[in-house]
Design a protein around this ligand. Structure first.
Ligand code: KIV
Ligand code: ZN
Length: 525
């Protein structure tokens, strides 16, 4: 790299819970957001953007809940340039020992004319007012000129100068619509560093979307030109084509350390478990060939490659699987494996289960090992996710029997058991096995649902791999998503539906009003 700033530490600003959660189908419950926030703190990101508190009461509550846990990273909330938004962010984040207010306003001509209908000077005035107000509440204030990459360079420099004068401590340059290309973004960052006084007194940040598929490359170009904070999301989730992927940018900086001369504080061995956690929670499954965390990222099929690997792994691998939290071998456990081996594997996969959860997951593992020969890491993850869902009750699936005949309705019988060991058994007919099983579950639990979408994904490899099912359903006029896993896909679907039915029963028992979404405005649960 031709030029580096004196400081060689890149701050990782994770926005999975804000920009990532804004993506269609990626909304999360408060409990799920807390699990992600905890995992991000174990990953050792520097900043967690926990949400947009003014977007909805649910968003406010989840940012507040995350800040109250004080997991370690700086907790940040997003605000438009108005007092109400800024006050809400402050109220939500203030209990974290280290917190940040992030204010933004669009600056490009397109946004000025068509969205804001504001003149250049008005925008600067609004940004300055907001930054000053935020600085009165908090020492750590970030400012983003939205759509910066499509903003006139000289005007952008004026906005950034005004933001620094007003007290911003981090200035983020977003490529909001994924329009720029790496060489052009490099020029933009160099221009700002040449034309903005005191720019070296603040942290310059970069935020790229992936509409043209170059988000990571553009962030790295900005880093080469002096950016010292990268905004990114786990698995690259986010609006439209997504954001810069955290795991890719972190591993690029680590793997090409001799080129960049930089590092991040991230514990890369937590990348894989965190990626799996986010994909399980959001139901956004990764392509097998996804860089760093895809199932094929460290798999070698071609004979020549396998031969090379046997001689020396560096022939075809530029990173060690262990460095991203993947175990070397994927074929490990079977029905003869004991509780210790299982527990070690669970820990290696990055899960933190208590004694009770470990025992319950081990029992499920034993049942699965009786049904299939080899139990892969993906199977174990599916068991743990499944146990997490099933643990919260009131009902657990005890048995499922399905009969299908060509040209005739299918029949399903389900038996459920609750925490008081009460059993309920119901049978139903349906157009297919899933419809019949869902109908039987509805009769057993008293919860009616409309099945909107049924997605099946293989948790590992082989004909006997477990199927992970994610269902999108409507209950009481609200949208929910449930997950379940089993070697039998009808059973996996049942578990996914039962998870939502259990949540509905708990919600009804609490007396929550149907129709009021406790999540963010765009959330489905
Ligand atoms: O993409 C964008 O411009 C944003 C800002 C709010 C930082 O997400
Ligand atoms: Zn964004």
């Amino acid at each position: 790299m031709s030029e580096t700033r004196a400081e060689n530490r890149i701050r990782i600003f994770d926005t999975t819970l804000r920009d990532g959660e804004q993506a269609p189908g990626c909304s999360m419950t408060i409990g799920e957001k807390l699990r992600v926030a905890k995992a991000l703190s174990e990953l050792k990101v520097d900043i967690i953007e926990a949400g947009f508190p003014a977007a909805s009461p649910g968003d406010f509550e989840s940012v507040k809940a995350i800040a109250e846990r004080n997991y370690g990273p700086i907790i940040c909330g997003l605000a438009r340039c108005n007092p109400a938004d800024i006050e809400k962010v402050h109220a939500a984040v203030k209990s974290a020992d280290r917190h940040r207010i992030h204010v933004f306003v669009a600056t490009s001509a397109i946004h000025r004319e068509h969205k804001l209908k504001m003149a250049k000077e008005e925008i600067i005035k609004s940004a300055v007012g907001a930054i000053r107000m935020a600085r009165e509440l908090c020492d750590d204030v970030e400012f983003s000129p939205e759509d910066a990459s499509r903003t006139e360079l000289s005007y952008l420099a004026e906005v950034v100068s005004a933001a620094i004068e007003a007290g911003a401590t981090t200035v983020n340059i977003p490529d909001t619509v994924g329009y720029t290309v790496p060489a052009e973004f490099d020029r933009l960052f160099r221009y700002l560093r040449e034309h903005v006084a005191r720019i070296d007194d603040i942290v310059l940040s970069v935020h790229c979307h992936d509409d043209l598929g170059m988000a990571v490359a553009k962030c790295l170009a900005a880093v080469g030109a002096g950016a010292r904070q990268v905004e990114c999301t786990i698995n690259g989730i986010g609006e439209r084509a997504g954001n810069c992927s955290l795991e890719e940018v972190v591993m690029a900086i680590k793997t090409r350390e001799e080129f960049f001369g930089l590092d991040t504080g991230v514990d890369s061995t937590k990348l894989y478990p965190t990626s799996r956690l986010v994909s399980n929670i959001t139901g956004m499954h990764l392509p097998r060939n996804k860089a760093i965390v895809g199932e094929n990222a460290f798999a070698h099929e071609a004979g020549i490659h396998q031969h090379g690997m046997l001689q020396h792994a560096s022939t075809y691998e530029i990173m060690r699987p262990e460095d991203v939290g993947l175990s070397k071998s994927s074929l490990v456990l079977g029905k003869h494996s004991g509780r210790h081996a299982f527990r070690d594997r669970v820990i290696e996969l990055g899960f933190d289960l208590d004694e009770f959860e470990t025992n319950r997951a081990f029992q499920e593992f034993k049942k699965l090992a009786d049904k299939k020969k080899d139990v892969y890491d993906g199977d174990i993850e599916a068991i743990i996710m499944n146990a997490g869902g099933a643990s919260s009750g009131p009902w657990t699936l005890q048995s499922l029997e399905v009969q299908t005949h060509t040209d005739q309705p299918a029949t399903a019988t389900v038996t459920l058991i609750n925490q008081d060991s009460e059993l309920v058994c119901e049978s139903a007919l349906g157009d297919g096995p899933i419809a019949a099983a869902v109908q039987a579950l509805e009769q057993a639990t008293g919860v009616d649902m409309i099945l909107k979408n049924f997605e099946l994904h293989s948790a590992s490899i082989g004909e006997d791999a477990q199927g992970e099912v994610t269902v999108s359903v409507e209950v009481d006029g609200m949208s929910f998503r449930g997950r379940g896993a089993s070697v039998d896909i009808v059973e996996a679907g049942c578990r996914a539906c039962l998870e939502v039915m259990n949540r509905t029963l708990r919600r009804r028992a609490r007396g929550d009003t149907p129709g009021i979404n406790t999540q963010s405005a765009h959330a489905t649960i």
